[in-house]
Design a protein around this ligand. Structure first.
Ligand SMILES: [Zn+2]
Length: 246
């Protein structure tokens, strides 16, 4: 009887430690598991500490490279909205893409940071949207949109009306929401090489930051911050030798 109990207990412990090994290590935006320590939390996150092309950055000293216009083909609506505890994210089914200098990337998801992560010539913004794309080989391209305080933003209103209040909550979107609704009218942009701004901070990400911000209501930013319970922006990282093109 005793032996059986011990055996099943140890099996249970092995099973639970295996389950833990498969999970992403926990991280936060402040304290011991905050940005300064992300690189030390697990070897998988080491680039957060040792990388030389990390995001976000303060974009400055732009180089005129006559960047060609990004071709946006955002056609199909978002399917669901998800609160993952770090951000609020709208997921998209296949059918949306961008073309950057003839290279195609498919839109995967859109999520938000408040305050902004990137800065433009030293200036931070109340909120920033990240439209995350991947090409057929898994290379990432992120289109970033800055928000400045003003009148209410109708696209954000649509999303926030179904924003899940609790971490790990996911709901199907009722309203038809197209990613194009997030973009400014003028789509001039800055471009640089960077990384994911959350662990594992993987590099090789093409950043395409819209030059022109869009407006958002103060209470819309507050609604997002309230749901997150804390700021969800990684501090700016060293630019090192990277050029920022425009
Ligand atoms: Zn992001």
């Amino acid at each position: 009887m005793k032996i059986t109990f011990k055996l099943s207990l140890s099996l249970a412990l092995v099973a639970s430690s295996l389950a833990c090994a498969g999970e992403t290590p926990h991280w936060t935006y402040s304290g011991d598991e905050g940005p300064d320590n992300w690189g030390k939390l697990t070897p998988e996150y080491s680039q957060c500490g040792s990388g030389k092309n990390q995001s976000p950055i303060d974009l400055s000293g732009m180089i005129d490279a006559r960047l060609p216009a990004i071709k946006f083909a955002y056609i199909t609506a978002a399917t669901e909205i998800f609160n993952n505890g770090h951000t609020v994210q709208a997921n998209f089914a296949p059918g949306n893409s961008i073309s950057v200098s003839g290279h195609e990337f498919l839109l995967k998801q859109v999520h938000f940071h408040a305050p902004s992560e990137n800065r433009l010539n030293g200036k931070a913004f109340p909120m920033e949207a990240h439209l995350v794309h991947a090409d057929k080989d898994g290379n990432l391209a992120v289109v970033a949109v800055m928000y400045t305080e003003g009148k209410n933003n109708l696209a954000i209103a649509k999303l926030w009306s179904q924003m899940p209040a609790n971490a790990d909550d996911k709901v199907a979107l009722n309203a038809k929401f197209l990613a194009a609704e997030l973009l400014p009218k003028n789509r001039d942009y800055f471009r640089f090489n960077g990384s994911l701004t959350t662990p594992p901070c993987s590099e090789g990400v093409m950043w395409l930051v819209m030059k022109h911000p869009v407006r958002i209501g103060k209470e819309q930013v507050e609604a997002f911050s309230h749901t997150m319970h804390h700021p969800n922006n990684r501090p700016v990282q060293p630019v090192n030798a990277r050029p920022v093109l425009e």
